[in-house]
Write a protein that binds this ligand. Structure first.
Ligand SMILES: [Zn+2]
Length: 286
């Protein structure tokens, strides 16, 4: 089935986000665990979380994706900064264990001149400390556009991180593919989607792909910029999104919009994409 949602604000709590998602025609959503530019977090509200869990079950809202604040840098130049990232992420992930199924997405980080190899080592080290074998929450590395010294700008770099995660933690780590970022990184999802996904499968493995951020891009292939655009109004165009959401390798994954939209704009994009999604008749899907 088609699972689509958008980025929502956590400011009114979990249940409010669930209700908002439903009102927009979404059956999933993404939100920042805390202020995206800071580290403050509200105390955990168990009653609100319980009300949300019941509401989500009733309305089939699933695969909610929690996004780490993007100010964090797990491969920062000082141990103090790296430790701060680990502490915040640890607090977030422990909190997510309360929910029956949760995914936690983060930007791998920027090596800030220390070199890609060093960055990859720091990120793998963070994952090996963050993940407790047996936890339910799946931690996702996001594909990056390659601006500045970002790590995770190609599938090989992400694969190197995953390879260094210990075997008992492996099944708790996956990838979130961002369509704007990979196009900006130089992967031609617009005209060579099959090839891009074959490369992903060969280098990382499609079984490691858990989520897709659906964003058009303000910039052309390989621009390394990371400027999201509304669906259909950027370089990728509506036809690309139709191919992405219907592709056999992607169609059963959850899709999240992070386009520069207000809530009504998100509702429109959800309607547009839902109308482009072709039910798989062989499976009796409607
Ligand atoms: Zn994204």
């Amino acid at each position: 089935m088609f699972r689509i949602g958008c980025h929502l604000s956590m400011s009114k709590g979990y249940l409010a986000m669930g209700k908002e998602a439903l009102s927009l025609g979404a059956n999933t959503f993404q939100y920042f665990s805390r202020n995206p530019r800071g580290s403050g977090v509200k105390p955990f509200d168990t009653a609100d979380a319980d009300a949300f869990i019941a509401f989500a079950a009733e309305h089939d809202i699933r695969k909610v994706l929690t996004h780490a604040p993007y100010i964090l840098n797990s491969c920062a130049a000082t141990e103090e900064l790296r430790k701060a990232s680990l502490e915040i992420m640890t607090e977030d992930v422990r909190r997510l264990e309360y929910f029956p199924e949760a995914m936690y997405n983060f930007h791998p980080g920027a090596h800030v001149g220390q070199g890609t190899e060093a960055g990859i080592g720091f990120i793998a080290d963070l994952l090996n400390r963050l993940i407790v074998p047996g936890q339910k929450t799946v931690v996702l590395l996001e594909t990056m556009s390659g601006k500045g010294t970002e790590v995770g700008r190609d599938f090989e770099e992400l694969a190197s991180i995953l390879e260094r995660v210990t075997a008992d933690r492996e099944k708790h780590v996956g990838i979130c593919m961002d369509t704007c970022h990979i196009s900006d990184a130089g992967y031609d999802v617009k005209d060579r989607l099959d090839e891009v996904l074959e490369t992903f499968d060969r280098v990382i493995g499609l079984s490691r792909l858990y989520a897709v951020h659906l964003n058009d891009s303000k910039n052309p292939l390989g621009a390394h910029k990371d400027r999201h655009e509304k669906i259909g109004e950027g370089f990728l165009g509506t036809g690309t999104f139709s191919k992405i959401i219907n592709h056999a390798a992607l169609r059963d994954l959850p899709f999240y919009l992070e386009t520069p939209q207000d809530l009504q704009g998100y509702a429109q994009e959800i309607r547009l994409l839902s109308s482009l999604y072709q039910p798989d008749e062989a499976s009796g899907e409607r």
